[in-house]
Design a protein around this ligand. Structure first.
Ligand SMILES: [Fe+2]
Length: 194
């Protein structure tokens, strides 16, 4: 987004826990996300940093005796279409990387050629599962899993966000009630109109 009003400057890294650092490094290097830093952790584990582009990094940690994966709690269910995408509060549900929209289809092809299962959604579209996005598509997403079945997405924004329509659904509180809260970007629009 070109006219960001954020105080921070994008993602530094997101750190996940994997079972086999070698499998994970190889997986991402084949896709085009190269290892740029490896650290040794006390206790025999390792901590990796992989360049996702645009200054953002993906990171993994290994721990001796790490608790087993907990699909549906700490990470997404293996079959989201059957079991849904629900995970526990404070869990890492999925990580999404950005790819320019011109390279979306090429990226889907690359993942499939590497043998990964990929499914795509044109979000906002009247036909979200069509091969081509329509004018209502605001983001195109491809979903796949890493060697530990952690859910990943590579997505292409189709337009800038933050419009009145984007911010129309009023936020809900923990009870599911709509709260009379006006997001900052809408307040700015209102002030500008006054
Ligand atoms: Fe997402």
């Amino acid at each position: 987004m070109s006219k960001s009003s954020a105080t921070t400057r994008g993602l530094s890294h997101v750190a996940l826990v994997c079972s086999d650092m070698y499998e994970t490094v190889k997986f991402w290097e084949e896709i085009g996300v190269p290892l740029v830093k490896m650290e040794e952790l006390p206790g025999g584990g390792q901590h990796s940093f992989h360049d996702m582009g645009n200054g953002a990094m993906l990171s993994y940690m290994t721990f001796q005796g790490a608790p087993a994966a907990a699909p549906g709690i700490a990470s997404q269910h293996l079959d989201v279409r059957k079991d849904g995408a629900k995970t526990a509060i404070a869990s890492m549900n999925h990580v999404a990387m950005d790819v320019p929209k011109e390279r979306f289809d090429e990226m889907v092809g690359k993942l499939r050629a590497l043998g990964h299962k990929v499914f795509t959604i044109n979000h906002g579209s009247d036909k979200p599962f069509d091969k081509e996005p329509d004018a209502k598509t605001w983001i195109r997403s491809m979903y796949f899993r890493d060697p530990d079945n952690i859910a990943f997405e590579i997505a292409s924004l189709m337009r800038e966000l933050g419009t009145k329509e984007d911010l129309a659904p009023q936020v809900k509180n923990a009870k599911g009630e709509r709260v009379d809260y006006v997001p900052v970007l809408l307040r700015k629009t209102r002030e500008a109109a006054e």
